[in-house]
Each structure stands twice: as structure tokens, then as C-alpha cells.
Design a protein around this ligand. Structure first.
Ligand SMILES: [Zn+2]
Length: 422
């Protein structure tokens, strides 16, 4: 078990002081017999199951990449013992732009970059997310995502399970019939989800762009071919049109009224506001964004106003019974790996109960990604996507930013729990 720990640390450890351990681990790792099929037993002082439940002194048994059992602490052999840590399902961010990055120019643009450089930056973002406890994500979306998704799925490149929309439907995609055709093409090209741009960017005021008939065509055709839809909508009218059209999920919703939030709840539309990372990251990195597209003075002024607007909308959304509030960040360049800031902000600034925020980032997010019963919970039969954090996020939500152990599909990608934390 010590050998296994060291071997896993070997790949990731950054501290020179532990170099001798790394060398020992590499040696052991090279000669140790394969133990892949042996059950892995994880014991944790606190376990949050992703569905609202908490257990103390819990044991999780993992076999062949899946969770075999969850129960009380065992007296038997333990592979990973974390009495002071909290074990959670791997976190899920339902909305990122995994290819976006600050490039060779230092700016948030791919201009002048080779495709090889672009895909490596995307791989860096994937690793940053996994390293920070996000084991599943949805990119909304870029043609680059598909190769990255498939590379991660091959099991060597470290990154979260990745879903992608590849390219979006926009108001200029065409007539409702042309939109239906486009949706079928994107699905044939390998999209997991259809992104629909129903309103302008927040930097341009967020007004509705697509007609209700266009939105309806996009969401209906996707449903017909068995795919989910993710609708970008700031304007209240666009949010409402998406819900009425039976679209799967709405993202942003900065201008949604109470009445429209209630329609989302009635229709069962997933709602993914982004209030704690997206705009803050743009403003923090203004010099790296400024001058690109609508990142101008007017755009930044809209974004400055957007932060309190989002907070107000989210606070109202919390009061809407049955509204399915998802954790998505819309993370762009500079934000990858900091995804949990969205959760921290929701709890600390908007007063969302920590457990609800966690459910929105685990089991509910899994449902929204069409991965119900696969990821997002610590329960028998689920993929063994497990993380350990230093502290109890129910008491201190910032514990989510102290991820010390990451397992995805039964494979440990990170284990830097200090002895005092175990
Ligand atoms: Zn987005």
C-alpha cells in the first residue's frame, strides 16, 4: 500500500525535498507486481455522498474502477486512510471552454498559434481541472474538444471525463429547417450536447438574438435525435423561450425575472447561472483580454454591472422551489483549475446552503450531463471518481479548494495528503 502511494506520488510530486522518495517510488513501481484487480479500500473521517448524505468514519471499496460498496469503517486492510479528510464524489463543472488560454502572446487569443500548441494548452487546462478535483466536465464548446475528449478517454492523458458541443447554433445558422439540419450534422460529427446561442453576449447587453421558432427548432431536433441542449440566454425573454421550447438547460440567465425562474422550475429545465468566477476572472485579467472582440471599455462596463446583477438573480433563484440549480462556471482563459471558486462564491456571497451547492456540482450535474447513475455520487455501481479535501466543506466551503486526493475511474491521479491530514 505504501508502495502504491509512492508510485502515484511519483508522477505528480513537485517538491524537490521529496526527490529521494520519488526515486524509490519509481524503482518500486517498476518492480511491484500488478495489483489492478485487487480491491482498493478508502477510509475517510467524513464522506459526503453527492446526494445530500453525510457519513462519519466511512469506508469505500473500489474494484475494477467502480465503487463496490460504501459502509462503516472496517478493521481490515486499508489502502488509503484519511481520518481527518472529507471524501466526496469527483466534482463536475457543467460549462467550461477547455481550449481557452493565455497563449504565447500572453493574451487570451489563439492568434499566431499552431494547432499543436493549441491542443497542448487544452491538455494543460484538462490537467489543471483534474488536479483540482473536477473529474467530469462539459465544454461548450470548440472543435478542438473532440480530440481532447477522445485522448482523455483512452486513459493515459490526465483530465476530466469530457463532453462537448463542438460548434454552436446561432441566429445566423439559418431558418428553423436549416437549424434542424445543422443539429443533425453536429451530432453526426460527434457532439454530446447542442449549444444554442439565444442571446447576445453579456458584453453586448444580452438581448435575445434567435427567434422563438429558431430556439424551438434547435431544441426539438436535438431531442428527436436523443441529445441534450444547452441554451446561452441572458435576456429574460430568451430564458423563457428556451424553457417553453422544452430545451434541456439554460446557462447564464443574468436578466431572468422571478416569473421566468418559476417557469424554468415548472418545466424542469436545468438552470446553470455563472456568478462567482467568469466575470471576476475577466476583470482580474483585463489586460490579457482587452482589445479582443467585444472585450472593450463598453464590454467591461457591462461585466462590472453584471456581477451584482448575477448575485441578485441567484439570490432570487434560491427561493424558487424545485429549480434545478447546476454548478457551471463558463470558465475561460485563466480560470481553469479554479472552478470551485463558483461554489465558494455561491455559498459565501449568495447564502446557498453548502450541501445544495455540492449536490449541484455532483449528482444533479451528472443528471444534467446525461450521466445519471454513472458519476456524481458515492454509491455502489458508480464510477470510482473520488476526491478528498482538507477540511469539511459543509462547515468551511473553501475546503473545496484544498483537494489533496483525486481518483478517477479507480485510478489515483493525485495524492498529496500530508501525514497530519490523513
Ligand atoms: Zn460559455
Amino acid at each position: 500500500m505504501i508502495v502504491r502511494d509512492l508510485a502515484f506520488r511519483a508522477g505528480w510530486i513537485r517538491h524537490q525535498a521529496r526527490a529521494e522518495l520519488v526515486i524509490a517510488a519509481l524503482l518500486f513501481g517498476a518492480t511491484a507486481p500488478l495489483t489492478a484487480q485487487e480491491p482498493v479500500v478508502i477510509r475517510a473521517g467524513t464522506l459526503i455522498d453527492g446526494k445530500g448524505g453525510v457519513q462519519r468514519n466511512a469506508t469505500v471499496v473500489v474494484e475494477a474502477g467502480k465503487i463496490k460498496s460504501v459502509g462503516q469503517a472496517t478493521q481490515g486492510r486499508v489502502s488509503y486512510d484519511f481520518p481527518r479528510l472529507t471524501l466526496l464524489p469527483g466534482l463536475i463543472d457543467t460549462h467550461v471552454h477547455i481550449d481557452t488560454h493565455f497563449g504565447t502572446s500572453g493574451k487570451a487569443t489563439r492568434e499566431g498559434e499552431t494547432p499543436r500548441e493549441s491542443i497542448l494548452y487544452a491538455a494543460e487546462n484538462a490537467y489543471a481541472m483534474l488536479d483540482n478535483g473536477f473529474t467530469t466536465t462539459q465544454s461548450i464548446g470548440s472543435p478542438l474538444d473532440r480530440d481532447l475528449r477522445d485522448a482523455i478517454a483512452r486513459g493515459i492523458l490526465p483530465g476530466p471525463r469530457l463532453l462537448t458541443s463542438i460548434v454552436p447554433v446561432r441566429e445566423d445558422t439559418g431558418t428553423p429547417d436549416q437549424i434542424r439540419q445543422f443539429v443533425r450534422k453536429v451530432v453526426a460529427d460527434g457532439a454530446d450536447v447542442i449549444k444554442i446561442f439565444a442571446s447576445k453576449s453579456i458584453r453586448e447587453g444580452g438581448d435575445q438574438t434567435m427567434t422563438d421558432a429558431q430556439i424551438q427548432a434547435g431544441c426539438d431536433e436535438a431531442k428527436r435525435v436523443g441529445k441534450r441542449t444547452w441554451v446561452h440566454a441572458h435576456a429574460d425573454s430568451a430564458v423563457k423561450a428556451a424553457a417553453v421550447a422544452g430545451c434541456w438547460a439554460v446557462t447564464h440567465g443574468s436578466q431572468a425575472t422571478d416569473a421566468t425562474l418559476a417557469v424554468l422550475a415548472q418545466r424542469g429545465t436545468f438552470f446553470e447561472p455563472n456568478i462567482g468566477l467568469l466575470l471576476q476572472n475577466y476583470i482580474d485579467n483585463k489586460d490579457r483580454y482587452f482589445g479582443i472582440g467585444n472585450f472593450n471599455e463598453a464590454g467591461f462596463a457591462f461585466m462590472e454591472k453584471g456581477i451584482p446583477l448575477n448575485l441578485d438573480m441567484f439570490t432570487r433563484a434560491l427561493k424558487v422551489k424545485g429549480l434545478k440549480l447546476l454548478m457551471g462556471t463558463d470558465a475561460g482563459a485563466g480560470a481553469h483549475g479554479q472552478n470551485a471558486r463558483e461554489i465558494v462564491y455561491r455559498v459565501q456571497q449568495a447564502g446557498q446552503p453548502a450541501m445544495d451547492a455540492l449536490v449541484g456540482a455532483t449528482s444533479l450535474a451528472a443528471d444534467a450531463l446525461g450521466l445519471k447513475g454513472v458519476v456524481g455520487s458515492i454509491a455502489p455501481g458508480f464510477e470510482a471518481d473520488l476526491i478528498a479535501v482538507d477540511g469539511d466543506p459543509i462547515k468551511d466551503i473553501t475546503a473545496l479548494r484544498r483537494v489533496v486526493f483525486v481518483m478517477k475511474g479507480g485510478k489515483v491521479y493525485k495524492n498529496v495528503a500530508a501525514e497530519s491530514q490523513r
